[in-house]
Each structure stands twice: as structure tokens, then as C-alpha cells.
Design a protein around this ligand. Structure first.
Ligand code: ADP
Ligand code: ZN
Length: 596
């Protein structure tokens, strides 16, 4: 995951240095040439008749002819220059000077300064470019320059103060930190310290942050690389990079080597026969070799992170390699509050703004999303010219994150707005009618992101277990838009395509992973036992059945709620965005009303 802390990579710095050297060198040479040319006495330009009279009186001691330019040197050392075109005229003048016994020197035409500098500038530049390219190729061949060293002195800018809501993971790391602080003591006591730690969990939960903080806590250097940077165009380069990374780590010992997105290089080996996957296997093998090669004396700990632990090659997690696995999960409500506190540190909050309230309204948000939320709220407050960040700004920020930014200047005509309103009203009607859904929070027909309208529901609590009824309601809710189009507009719009995609995704999971269809519990084969085509066909069929069932249900709800939907559409056309109370006011005479 990207981290906001600026990191200067070793490679960028070195490139900058070399560029600087080349530029300085060229400037020095240019300056020397210019001063050298300037050292001759200044020239005065005269016209042809002045030159002619000079030729007649004997005021000159030398004459130079260079193309059309004639330069006279006087006895006092001063020089004068005149332009004489035409061979005959030149010849006449030259004869006159010769008569006065003035020596005449014919010089080959001198190119101008720019042209003459090209003479040396070109080869120098060419050399510089060749050198630079060669260096780059060398650097990439030897596997250098693909990773970042954040700090040599353990002066990390991220500490455990900046990571919240991941106390368990943090506690699990404490032994490692202890070891890095005092490796001798550990080996004397004969303790076996895990050298490889795998942090796994959804993106944005603070895995990178934890690894950095551990380095700071231990006061050691932090060497970071991304798994994807080992995927190389040239065969064998990935392996060379791994070798180089570990060599560097050993040199910096004690240190932490962090490999982000290790799944990019640690996928199961021997899948495809193509050369790319063969090269990847080689890279992974190199990593295994390096992990095995740690001796007791070197204080290097490798931390890797992934959100797909399931696809990792099993060899990676064998003893002596990444044999400690630490889950970094989405935070619960208390954890979210703690994370919010970290990111509200430098913000001025209104008195009425309670972080716990925000935490309750953001189930499923990752640490990165919470950081983003506080940032967006601060921006909204600034735009508002407000003294402090208030509830209103947090609401704006949350809508932005959940629904995408409003698209400014994108105008729908009234027909489109009406169709969008009907579609969204269908979602709302179904969302209110189903029993197990999340309460409807907001509906809008302002285009946001790629969507023309949005219906937003918010879980009232963290959901750790998803029941069959919840998933079915979810599918019905997604199809509510299409149902309303069919019934109230007697047409269908392409705007429902994303809804349908998501609905089918849920339905397929219910069938093929959760065993919630008439097929019962079924298992999809993996590489060793491929899934038969007939099973795939049956899964597709059962998925369709589920979808059609729920579409039928959504249509029933929409038919029953026609009047309320009509009122909602009208209000939406008028106000663009409605909150829970406004939504409820349209549905006041229906039985099953639940909103947030
Ligand atoms: P990951 O590596 O798990 O994908 P990161 O560690 O890169 O996630 O997190 C990205 C950003 O999100 C961090 O820089 C930080 O601002 C914020 N963040 C994520 N998790 C937390 C957390 N637990 N506490 C505080 N901030 C967090
Ligand atoms: Zn929709």
C-alpha cells in the first residue's frame, strides 16, 4: 500500500547526483571557452570607406582575412573589423595594404561560437548519455536500485503512536523487536526467533505501518521493497534483485527487510509452462534460498505483507521461513475510534464532534479509509471557511468516500433525471421492505463518480457473519433499481449493469462457496483437481435461479409500493438528495419501514 511519508530512494538520489555532475561539468567547459574567447582585445566595427583610408595611410600593422571579414590590427594594438563583400573589392583592399608592407594573413572561415561549441559538446553529451544508459542497464542487471532504504539510523518517522487498533499484531511483534534490539542476548539464551513474519489482512489496515513502527521501536534500519518490483522483463533479473536486497540487508544488520505484496512473487510455483512463470519460480526460489541462508548471528528480520495469503506457495510458510503469521484485520468500533484519534491529532475538531460517533458510522472502513475520511473532512471544513471540523464535514467526507465525489458540471436532462430517480427509488423501496438489510441512509440523483445516482445503506453494526437471508436481501436490494425500471418505466436502462454484476457475484458465491443453493455444499476444484464443466454449468444455473427469485421479489415489493415510490421520485426530482427522514416521509403509510 502507498504510504504518505516521503521516501527518497537510493536510486533516485544517485541518478540526481550523476545528472548534476554532468551538468556542472558541461557548464564549466562552456564558461572556460567563453572567457577564453573574450580575452582578445575588443573589436571595433568600421565601414568600407574607413577601411579604405586605413589602407592608404599606414596605420596598420597586420591584416587578417577571414571570409568576408577583414580585421586590421593597429600599431597601438587596437583592432578594427570591416565586412567586404565581393572578391574584386577584397582583392583591391588587400593590394593596398600589401603596398604599405602590412602582412596579410588569410584564415579559413571560423565557425561561430555555438557551432564551434557543438564540436565538443556533442561528443561530451553522447558520452554522457551512453554512460548513463550503461549505468542504468548495469544497475538493473545487478538487481540494484529497486528498493528503498528509509533510514540508516533507525530514525523512522512512523512509530507505534501512529498505528492504532492493531494491538494484537503489535504484541506479536514485540519479541521480534526485543531480538533486534539485543541480538547477542537472544542467541546466548538460545531462543529461536522467527526470522520471517507474514502480516496478512485486507488492504489499508496498517501492515506497512506496523513494519515501519517495529523498525523504529527497535531502532534499526528499514529496507522496503514491493513484491511487484521483482517481476522483471528480463529473465533472471528478479532473482538477482532478491539476492541484492538480502545482501544489502545483511550489510545493514540489524535491520528489517519489508516486502510488500509478497503474493506478487510468492504465488504457487509451477503453474504455467510459459517463461514468465518460470522466471517467477526462479525469483521465489531465490527468496527461499536467502531465507534459509540466515545464520544465527545476523540480526535481519524479514516482514512480508499480503492480502492474499491463500495463494502463497506453501514453501514460503515452512519453518525457518515465514513461519510466524500475524493477522491484521479491519478494526472494530473501538479500534476505529483509536485510529481516528491518530488521524485527528493535528485537526481542530468542533466540540460537538465525537470520534466515537464517527467510529460507529464507519463499519468496514479500513485504517487507510479512516485516514482519508479525516483528511476529506478537513478539506470540507476549509472549503467551508469553518473554524473547526464538524459533523457536517465528516458527513460530506463519508458520502464522498462511500459514493464517490459529486460530478460537477455534468447535467442530465429531465428524462434522464426522472429515469435515475425511479431507479434509485426502486432500490430504496426494496431496501426499506426487506428485513435483514442495512438501513437506508441516503439517496441521491446527483451523478457521482461513474454512477448517475446512489442509494446508500449503512450497516448499524460490524457484520462478522453473513446469513443467507442477509445475502438474499442484498441481492433483492441491488435488483430493486431494475425492477422499478421494468414496472414504472416499462423499459430497462444500462445504469443497472453494475447492480446486476454485484448481485450475480453475491449469488455465485452463495452457490459455489457458501453452499446455500439447492446444489448443497459443493467444492470448486483447485489446480490439482479441476472443476468439471458439468459442475460449472450447474453452478451457473443455480446462480441464475437465485437471481431470478430475488428479481421477482423486488418486483413484488415495487408493485406494492408504487405510490410511495411516486412520492419519492417527485421529491428526488425536486431536491436531488434526500436523507433518511425525508425518505421516510414518502413511505409513511407502509408497514415495513426501517431507515437510519
Ligand atoms: P497496508 O500496508 O495494510 O495496506 P498501510 O500500512 O500502507 O496499509 O496503511 C496506509 C495508510 O492508512 C497509513 O499510512 C495510515 O495513514 C493509514 N492507516 C492504516 N491502518 C492504520 C492504523 N491501524 N492506524 C493508523 N493509521 C492507519
Ligand atoms: Zn442501481
Amino acid at each position: 500500500m502507498p504510504t504518505p511519508t516521503p521516501r527518497v530512494s537510493v536510486r533516485t538520489r544517485r541518478v540526481a547526483l550523476i545528472m548534476l555532475a554532468v551538468v556542472t561539468f558541461s557548464l564549466v567547459i562552456a564558461a572556460t571557452v567563453v572567457t577564453y574567447q573574450r580575452r582578445q582585445p575588443p573589436l571595433q566595427t568600421i565601414n568600407y570607406s574607413q577601411l579604405y583610408s586605413l589602407a592608404e595611410t599606414s596605420g596598420a600593422v597586420a591584416l587578417q582575412v577571414e571570409g568576408e571579414t577583414l580585421t586590421v590590427t593597429r600599431s597601438d594594438g587596437s583592432r578594427q573589423e570591416a565586412t567586404v563583400t565581393g572578391e574584386a573589392a577584397q582583392h583591391e583592399i588587400v593590394q593596398l595594404f600589401r603596398k604599405q608592407n602590412v602582412p596579410v594573413e588569410f584564415r579559413p572561415l571560423q565557425p561561430g561560437f555555438l557551432v564551434s561549441s557543438l564540436n565538443w559538446l556533442l561528443p561530451v553529451l553522447t558520452l554522457a548519455i551512453i554512460g548513463f544508459a550503461g549505468w542504468r542497464i548495469y544497475a538493473s542487471m545487478s538487481g540494484k536500485g529497486s528498493f528503498e532504504l528509509t533510514d540508516h539510523n533507525g530514525q523512522q518517522n512512523v512509530g507505534f503512536d501512529d498505528v492504532a487498533g492493531v494491538d494484537e499484531a503489535r504484541a506479536e511483534l514485540s519479541e521480534t523487536i526485543e531480538f533486534l534490539r539485543n541480538p547477542e542476548r537472544f542467541s546466548r539464551l538460545g531462543g529461536r526467533v522467527p526470522r520471517g513474519i507474514l502480516l496478512y489482512g485486507p488492504p489499508g489496515t496498517g501492515k506497512t505501518l506496523l513494519a515501519r513502527a517495529a523498525a523504529k521501536e527497535a531502532g534499526v534500519a528499514f529496507l522496503a521493497a514491493s513484491g511487484s518490483s521483482f517481476q522483471e522483463k528480463f529473465a533472471g533479473l528478479g532473482a538477482a534483485r532478491v539476492r541484492h536486497l538480502f545482501a544489502k540487508g545483511r550489510k545493514l544488520s540489524p535491520c528489517i527487510i519489508f516486502i510488500d505484496e509478497i503474493d506478487a512473487l510468492g504465488r504457487q510455483r509451477g503453474r504455467g509452462g510459459d517463461s514468465a512463470s518460470a522466471d517467477q519460480d526462479q525469483t521465489l526460489n531465490q527468496l527461499l534460498v536467502e531465507m534459509d541462508g540466515f545464520d544465527q548471528s545476523s540480526a535481519v528480520v524479514v516482514i512480508a505483507s499480503t492480502n492474499r495469503p491463500d495463494i502463497l506457495d506453501r514453501a514460503l510458510t515452512r519453518p525457518g521461513r515465514f513461519d510466524r503469521e500475524i493477522a491484521v484485520d479491519l478494526a472494530d468500533v473501538g479500534g476505529r475510534e483509536a485510529i481516528l484519534k491518530v488521524h485527528a491529532r493535528n485537526l481542530k475538531l468542533e466540540d460537538g464532534l465525537d470520534l466515537q460517533w464517527i467510529a460507529r458510522g464507519t463499519p468496514g472502513f479500513s485504517g487507510a479509509e479512516l485516514a482519508n475520511l479525516m483528511n476529506e473532512a478537513a478539506i470540507a471544513a476549509t472549503r467551508d471557511d469553518a473554524e473547526a471540523v464538524g459533523r457536517k464535514h465528516v458527513e460530506i467526507a463519508r458520502d464522498r468516500i462511500l459514493m464517490g465525489a459529486e460530478r460537477q458540471g455534468f447535467m442530465m436532462d429531465d428524462d434522464e433525471r426522472y429515469a435515475t430517480a425511479v431507479h434509485e427509488a426502486g432500490h430504496v423501496a426494496v431496501g426499506l421492505a426487506v428485513e435483514n438489510g442495512d438501513p437506508i441512509h441516503k439517496v441521491s440523483i446527483l451523478p457521482r463518480g461513474r454512477a448517475l445516482g446512489v442509494t446508500q445503506s449503512l450497516p448499524e453494526r460490524d457484520r462478522f457473519m453473513k446469513k443467507r437471508e442477509y445475502l438474499e436481501d442484498q441481492i433483492a436490494l441491488l435488483l430493486g433499481g431494475r425492477a422499478a425500471e421494468q414496472i414504472l418505466l416499462a423499459t430497462m436502462t444500462a445504469g443497472a449493469s453494475n447492480d446486476i454484476e454485484r448481485a450475480v457475484e453475491i449469488a455465485r458465491k452463495m452457490v459455489s462457496e457458501f453452499g446455500m443453493s439447492r446444489l448443497g455444499p459443493i467444492h470448486l476444484g483447485n489446480g490439482d483437481q479441476p472443476t468439471s464443466q458439468s459442475l460449472l454449468d450447474r453452478i451457473e444455473e443455480a446462480t441464475n435461479e437465485l437471481i431470478n427469485e430475488q428479481l421477482e421479489r423486488a418486483r413484488d415489493i415495487v408493485s406494492a409500493e408504487r405510490e410511495s415510490i411516486g412520492r419519492l421520485v417527485e421529491l428526488l426530482m425536486e431536491r436531488d438528495t434526500l436523507d433518511a427522514d425525508e425518505i421516510l416521509s414518502c413511505f409513511n403509510n407502509s408497514k415495513n419501514v426501517r431507515a437510519a
